[in-house]
Design a protein around this ligand. Structure first.
Ligand code: COA
Length: 265
């Protein structure tokens, strides 16, 4: 990791080579998402989108106990319907920005990922969890429902039965159960979490960015449309890759029996 840490009010930003590490830094409130955190995350992911040096992202929570324990219940409690609609939209738009970033974002989940925290994890492209992590959509216990895309992304990730059960019952599940339901990609012992996440992030950061973008976009688009439109999208993304020098490098390296070096152009 580089020594340069940029501190915002609620975020820490570091670079490790071409990997941007975004840490939500509100450990005293288990990194709960208040309006300020949503706004800072949105601005940071806009910067990441515009920065060609950033080729992969790790998103995590500070403090060891939580990834994110949800939307800020203190703020939630005071919302009227108009403010609630804006709060929901603000969270949804930020999470959609992450989902459509076109660069892989790994959620590193060492503890609680509840409510808005689980929603934030689900808009990332991969979720790597410690065996101690806990997942859930407990909003029902507060008299509301998930408002940052949880009903929609959980449905798509884990299917209707699991989405209904998690949201209706509101009881957290452990990392192993989340893995079985397809919510989490990998579960590792807590002391191996950082190594597992950063190894994968480094792999993404040295891959061909245009190919990564094509995969991310084609799978995202394909999940929302029919097979013909999805195949057409895949063809376009595939064709775009052939205009990159990374594609020349990847194929040449294979034929010359050497490791490719993808420069990102
Ligand atoms: N919003 C605001 N503050 C939160 C929060 C949230 N979603 N989750 C935790 N906190 C705060 C607590 O109020 C507490 O603050 P305080 O020390 O100023 O009182 C601090 O974080 C530590 O949480 P605490 O509840 O004392 O820790 P715990 O280990 O006993 O319990 C949880 C951990 C995650 C089980 C519990 O905090 C919890 O249930 N949080 C809410 C989860 C939730 O419903 N999320 C969905 C929100 S829509």
């Amino acid at each position: 990791m580089s020594n340069t840490v940029t501190a915002h009010a609620h975020l820490l930003i570091e670079d490790s080579g071409n990997v941007r590490v975004v840490t939500i830094n509100r450990p005293d409130k288990l990194n709960a998402l208040n309006r300020a955190v949503l706004t800072e995350l949105d601005a940071e992911f806009a910067r990441i989108a515009a920065d060609p040096n950033v080729r992969a992202v790790v998103l995590r929570g500070a403090g060891g106990k939580a990834f994110v324990a949800g939307a800020d219940i203190g703020e939630l409690a005071a919302l009227n319907p108009i403010q609630a609609r804006d709060f929901s939209r603000c969270g949804q738009q930020m999470m959609r920005r992450i989902e459509t970033l076109g660069k892989p974002v790994i959620a590193m989940i060492g503890g609680f990922a509840l409510g808005g925290g689980m929603e934030l994890a689900m808009c990332c492209h991969l979720r790597i969890a410690a065996d101690t992590a806990k997942f859930g959509q407990p909003e029902i216990n507060l008299g509301v429902l998930p408002g940052f895309g949880g009903t929609q992304r959980l449905l798509r990730l884990a299917g209707r039965g699991a989405a209904l059960e998690l949201c209706l019952v509101g009881k957290p599940i452990d990392a192993q159960r989340a893995y079985e339901l397809g919510i989490v990609n990998r579960v590792v012992p807590l002391d191996q979490l950082e190594e597992a996440v950063f190894k994968l992030a480094a792999q993404f950061a040295s891959a061909a960015p245009q190919a990564l973008r094509g995969i991310l976009d084609a799978i995202l688009v394909g999940g929302e449309c029919g097979i013909e439109a999805g195949l057409d999208y895949e063809t376009q993304a595939f064709a775009v890759c052939t205009s990159t020098s990374d594609m020349r490098e990847g194929t040449a390296a294979f034929l010359e029996r050497r490791k490719p070096v993808f420069r990102g152009d």
